[in-house]
Design a protein around this ligand. Structure first.
Ligand code: PLP
Ligand code: COI
Length: 356
């Protein structure tokens, strides 16, 4: 697809950019440009362009503002020692976005065009990739309904955009084990719902439980499946893994109510490569509790693009602290290997990296 390029007339100064890259935080600073493609039911995808980053104008009746017809993706770009900028498994994100699009009655976008949009944006904003420990340029592709119409049906006008934001540790500061709050009052998703689509509404629904978690001094919420003996599902924005004392790796199966994490899939592959037996199945909170108590579960970690691999230190279930583990050896080894591949210091034997 042909992208028109309109460069920013007053881009961020080199000095300001250096200040931002020195301490990027997460999701608070944005690069100078955005990639955009519009869609209409009549003409399909059109008007692809890279334009200056800035506020956008929307009709107050735009469907996304009323019925939340919206999907998004999250990925990262890394600068390698050859000077090139690479991203991780972008075609997997493109495929997942199309799956979300189908569920949310949004149009699918050619996977090659999805990746091209990242390339076109990075062609302008390569200087924004931070290189500090644990840092990357977070890429946020998203699609939303712009049609001004209050009837409840799939919109006939939609926009796809990509924005980019220099990012450090999602949880702030140095990597350390996080505290997780078990959400007993609220579930995240139900069978037949939108749990496996990456759509804004899932995250809106997670905010109140996330606030409860924060009030209890926790970093994230663990959602359960109350229909199946409180099987563990996932965190607000991450998948979960448990390591056993006999070298097995356990993670909740993809039942339609959790997001099919690309980090999750990659961790499963890396674990199999190191000879671990991986079990994707139902895991109850009781099994976690018992396993940690009797020593058969030795490590627990969360994973996702933003969080990379973050050890779970404590799990707080009401008045009870269920688990307490530090950063275990397996967690650390898989994290080092995954980050090594992403940063270009470990051989990319699965062909996961894509040069932008
Ligand atoms: N689960 C949820 C709810 C998420 O938001 C994310 C983050 O994208 C993940 C899991 C992990 O997915 P991925 O590894 O593709 O980033
Ligand atoms: C990601 O990891 O990309 C996400 O979308 C999760 C969110 C918590 C930032």
């Amino acid at each position: 697809m042909q992208f028109d390029v309109l460069t920013h007339p007053t881009p961020t100064s080199e000095q300001r950019r250096a200040e931002i890259l020195a301490d990027p935080g997460f999701g608070v600073n944005f690069t100078d440009h955005t990639a955009v493609i519009d869609w209409t039911a009549q003409n399909g995808w059109q008007n692809a362009r890279v334009e200056p980053y800035g506020p956008i104008s929307l009709d107050p009746a735009a469907a996304v503002l009323h019925y939340a017809q919206e999907i998004f993706e999250g990925m990262k770009a890394y600068r390698h020692s050859d000077g090139g900028v690479y991203t991780f498994r972008p075609f997997a994100n493109a495929a997942r976005m199309n799956k979300s699009a189908v569920r949310m009655a949004l149009p699918e976008l050619d996977e090659k065009v999805f990746v091209q949009a990242l390339e076109e944006l990075l062609a302008q904003d390569k200087e924004w990739v931070p290189t500090g420990e644990g840092e990357a340029l977070y890429l946020r592709p998203f699609m939303f309904a712009t049609e001004a119409f209050l009837g409840v049906r799939a919109a006939k006008e939609v926009t796809f955009r990509v924005i980019a934001s220099p990012a450090g540790n999602y949880f702030g500061g140095e990597l350390k084990p996080v505290r997780i709050w078990v959400s007993r009052d609220f579930a995240r998703a139900a069978p037949g719902g939108t749990g496996d689509a990456k759509t804004g509404g899932n995250y809106a629904a997670s905010l109140l439980p996330q606030q409860q978690a924060a009030q209890k001094g926790c970093d994230q919420v663990l959602f359960l499946d109350p229909l199946h003996d409180n099987a563990i599902e996932e965190l607000g924005g991450m998948n979960v893994f448990l390591v056993t004392s006999d070298n097995r790796l356990l993670t909740p199966a993809l039942t339609g109510t959790i997001l099919e994490g690309i980090t999750r899939d990659s961790v499963i592959q890396l674990a199999k490569d190191r000879g671990m037996q991986v079990e994707e199945r139902r895991i109850t909170l009781d099994e976690w509790d018992r396993g940690v108590t009797d020593g058969t579960i030795t490590e627990v970690f969360a994973c996702g693009t933003a969080a990379v691999i973050t050890p779970i230190g404590e799990l707080i279930d009401g008045e009870k602290t269920i688990a307490s583990t530090g950063t275990g050896e397996v967690t650390q080894a898989i994290r080092d290997e995954l980050l090594g591949i992403q940063l270009g210091t470990v051989e990319d034997r699965h062909g996961w990296m894509h040069k932008l």
